[in-house]
Write a protein that binds this ligand. Structure first.
Ligand SMILES: NC(=O)c1ccc[n+]([C@@H]2O[C@H](COP(=O)([O-])OP(=O)(O)OC[C@H]3O[C@@H](n4cnc5c(N)ncnc54)[C@H](O)[C@@H]3O)[C@@H](O)[C@H]2O)c1
Length: 353
């Protein structure tokens, strides 16, 4: 099987869990043995078919280092899951632009090395897919890497909430370049938004009238600090809209991120509150907390997205690939109910759509 050659943009916590996951699952043979993965094989591809051929960051503790070393460098603070052997992929210095915000400027140490020409590195490395894992507030930098992917003839995966795959103008540019584009804002495997929507759907299906509900979370990774400063408002709008679609009627809904608690490290606590009325208007309440570690929560979806984008490349599909975007992202070009998105994705993998 030919390798799926990818480039990582941003060697932060998410990239760390992803690279460790590639190592962790590389020798897994049977579906029943690969606990934690949704698909061991997808469209015939195993996770070990994914090969990282280039990586970009701006932090001097990562730039110039082998990827296997860079993923454990501070300020990354996610779990160490396995030892990753040398990858022979050296982290390149990319353009900084808005990669650091006011709140993260004392945490990220910008490398003094000159920045590379990203498109040239992509071409030389043979990368086919660029996976954007920049901080959520790095909108200009995300757009710059999308430009570079276009110049180098690569597909683009936008895991960040920056509007790229949900923006009609970007969709058109990738379509004209005959390249696939998917995003925006990756859905977690143990996702607070998905859990919230599922609970609301179940209750309303059973005749419960939800009157008010919120879901708010706190986390301790650099990304939570960046969210606090630069994307809290947009995240709140996107998440609230998404949760509202789970109810067939209007209710008071709030969903979003709230704060940064440094000692949580890469952990995240999500709080859910649901209030409603059931038989004879008798009141009910749910008060829940979900505790996860952030970065590994993106791994399974990333594995699926990358393999699905490879399938899109093989089929010479271009522009936004809706079955992948709706399945794995919170803000696709078109919002789609979970069940429909799941069916669209499996039909796409099987070649029916
Ligand atoms: N479960 C998850 O972790 C999850 C789920 C969905 C979406 N995401 C998205 O993934 C992205 C990454 O999350 P994270 O937790 O890894 O963040 P992080 O802050 O740990 O990592 C970001 C990395 O990007 C680097 N960087 C900053 N500016 C750069 C630039 N201009 N060029 C190259 N590198 C640059 C930083 O040095 C850092 O290494 C975020 O946008 C987040 O919203 C994550």
């Amino acid at each position: 099987m030919l390798k799926i050659k990818i480039a990582l943009v941003g060697v932060g916590n998410c990239a760390s869990a992803f690279v460790q996951g590639l190592q962790y699952y590389s020798n897994c043979k049977k579906e029943e043995d690969c606990i934690g993965l949704r698909y061991l094989f997808l469209g015939g591809f195993h996770p070990r078919d994914i090969q990282i051929v280039a990586a970009f960051d701006i932090d001097n503790r990562k730039v110039g280092k082998d990827l296997a070393e860079a993923i454990y460098a501070p300020p990354n603070n996610t779990l160490k899951l396995v030892n990753v052997p040398q990858t022979n992929v050296t982290v390149h210095k990319g353009p900084v632009l808005d990669g650091i915000g006011e709140y993260t400027k004392n945490i990220v140490q910008v490398s003094s090395l000159p920045e590379v020409n990203v498109a040239d590195v992509l071409k030389e490395s043979g990368a086919e897919i660029v996976v954007n894992l920049l901080p959520s507030g790095a909108v200009k930098a995300s757009q710059r890497y999308a430009e570079q992917a276009l110049s180098a003839g690569c597909a683009f995966v936008n895991t960040t909430p920056a509007f790229i795959a949900s923006d009609a103008a970007w969709a058109k540019r990738f379509e004209e370049a005959e390249l696939p584009l998917v995003g925006d804002d990756l859905i977690d495997q143990v996702g607070a938004t998905t859990l919230h929507k599922t609970l609301l759907k179940l209750l309303s299906m059973h005749g419960v009238r939800i009157t008010e509900t919120y879901q708010l979370d706190v986390g301790g990774g650099t990304e939570s600090l960046d969210t606090l400063e630069r994307t809290r408002d947009v995240k709140r709008i996107v998440k609230t809209k998404s949760v509202e679609t789970a109810l067939p009627y209007k209710a008071a809904v709030v969903a979003g991120s709230t704060d940064y608690v440094d000692f949580l490290q890469n952990r995240r606590d999500s709080y859910f509150w649901i209030k409603g009325l059931y038989f004879c208007r008798v009141p009910m309440r749910i008060d829940l907390r979900l505790s996860t570690v952030d970065a590994p929560n993106a791994g399974s979806a990333l594995f699926d997205v990358i393999r699905a984008v490879k399938i899109a490349l093989n089929r010479k599909l271009k522009g936004v690939i809706l079955p992948i975007s709706a399945y794995a992202f919170k803000h696709p070009l078109q919002l789609t109910p979970i069940e429909t998105a799941e069916k669209m994705f499996t039909d796409f993998i099987m070649g029916k759509a």
